[in-house]
Design a binder for this molecule. Structure first.
Ligand SMILES: [Zn+2]
Length: 436
């Protein structure tokens, strides 16, 4: 695959994936068209001949996905695994969201994860996620929705009304970031501001596209989050960068998926993309939950086999790394400031906030050499706290050798992040080398 196509594919993937639910749906569609078969956790799995090239995927909570391709004896060869996460910091709609304030309809939101809030002001926002409803036959069902068009905004306060804005502008999460949806008509009634009524019509419009499904009679619940409608773009005088929401970590999901679909199919390979990383991974679908362990256990006959398989397996945990910012270069260690477009980064932390060790980092360095891709190292400044990711969680849950890597990124957790235009492709080449 050519690099030009790769960044276009990445941008299309991110645009189609405004929420973890949509990201999983998009990945499932790509897996299906590549011949992967969906397995349901509730069924008995009869993977009788995994050696013959079984390609499968499993979804949990519509927001985490595991895809695997088995070709050889698991006990002798283990599995080559890649991990990433599907979620990104955002604003999630509260259960009773309607706020009528000075004739405006607003929706109350909670902050999901460690969002950088200032960039959320003055953006054209849309809304997407999963809605659960009671259908006309009295059954509970779920539907993904995406308003697609800009339906809301969070206007800044004019600098004339806050002279200190450029010096110290604190954002109050309860008061300052409530999105504005509309100006209510003069003699509006409460029904005009009924959010679930609005959702009901959106869900039914979506369902009508598929005439075999019974309509929604009542909205029961939802997980919806706002996102910026500005599509991803290649930017820079010489097209050096890609600017987009959710590069952390849909970039790694897409890159892992492409490596999974394009490799030579001779090894046992697995991709796990988990939800809830940005809030600590503690959930049924998160990396601290039992999803991955449950799936790999079902590929083995006994607990001893799981241990034997894990002992010869490897995990590359891919999550974006902090590039050195030219305006804030002192935030990095002088010798460990990753540069965009200089290749993927191995993340190291003596206190195991990253799972890399000399053995797994050496393996990744060697893979980069084989793929003819440059590689960098990141260590946080010794006087600053270190972030973490799913690497150490997976390593401690499964006991599998793990390396934490990622592409250098600026403005991480902003509504619009910036990464090197070539780095995703570099990472793809390394992961493909690994899967081959
Ligand atoms: Zn991340």
């Amino acid at each position: 695959m050519q690099d030009e196509n790769f960044v276009n594919g990445l941008m299309a993937f991110i645009k189609k994936s405004p929420t973890p639910f949509h990201a999983v749906q998009t990945m499932a569609d790509l897996l299906e068209s590549a011949g992967f078969q969906r397995l349901y956790e509730i069924d008995q799995w009869s993977l009788s001949e995994p050696q013959s090239g079984g390609r499968y995927y499993v979804i949990r909570n519509d927001s985490s996905i595991i895809a695997f391709h088995l070709n050889q004896s698991l006990l002798e060869n283990g599995i080559r695994m890649v991990g990433a996460h599907t979620d990104s910091p955002c604003l999630q709609v509260k259960p009773n969201p309607e706020i009528i304030n000075n004739h405006y309809l607003q929706l109350g939101v909670e902050v999901y994860g460690g969002a950088l809030l200032n960039p959320w002001f003055d953006r054209d926002l849309s809304l997407a996620g999963r809605v659960s409803y009671l259908n006309e036959d009295g059954q509970i069902d779920h539907q993904l929705i995406d308003f697609e068009k800009a339906i809301a905004c969070i206007p800044s306060l004019a600098i004339h009304l806050d002279k200190e804005a450029n010096d110290n502008h604190a954002v109050n999460k309860q008061q300052h970031i409530v999105p504005v949806l509309m100006k209510l008509p003069e003699n509006s009634i409460e029904q005009d501001a009924d959010f679930k009524k609005l959702l009901l019509s959106i869900v039914n419009t979506e369902l009508e596209k598929n005439t075999s499904i019974s309509n929604a009679a009542k909205i029961l619940d939802y997980e919806l989050s706002f996102y910026d409608v500005q599509p991803p773009a290649v930017v820079g005088l010489h097209d050096d960068f890609v600017a987009s929401a959710r590069l952390d970590n849909l970039l790694s999901c897409y890159t892992g998926l492409m490596a999974m679909l394009d490799n030579d199919g001779k090894q046992n390979t697995l991709l796990v993309c988990s939800d809830h990383e940005e809030v600590g991974s503690v959930s049924a679908a998160g990396a601290r939950g039992p999803f991955l362990r449950s799936v790999v256990s079902r590929l083995c006959e006994s607990e001893e086999e799981v241990s034997r398989m894990m002992a010869c397996s490897l995990m590359i945990s891919a999550d974006n790394a902090h590039a050195v910012h030219p305006n804030f270069a002192d935030k990095h260690d002088d010798n460990h400031g990753p540069i965009m477009n200089d290749g993927p980064v191995i993340k190291v932390n003596a206190n195991q906030r990253y799972a890399s060790n000399s053995e797994t980092a050496a393996m990744f360095r060697h893979l980069c050499e084989l793929a003819d891709v440059p590689v960098q190292s990141f260590v946080v400044r010794s006087d600053m706290a270190c972030g973490s990711t799913i690497g150490p969680i997976t390593a401690s849950e499964l006991g599998v050798r793990t390396v934490d890597v990622g592409v250098p990124t600026l403005a991480m957790h902003s509504i619009r992040e910036l990464a090197g235009r070539w780095d995703a492709y570099y990472l793809y080449r390394v992961l493909k080398q690994y899967f081959d």
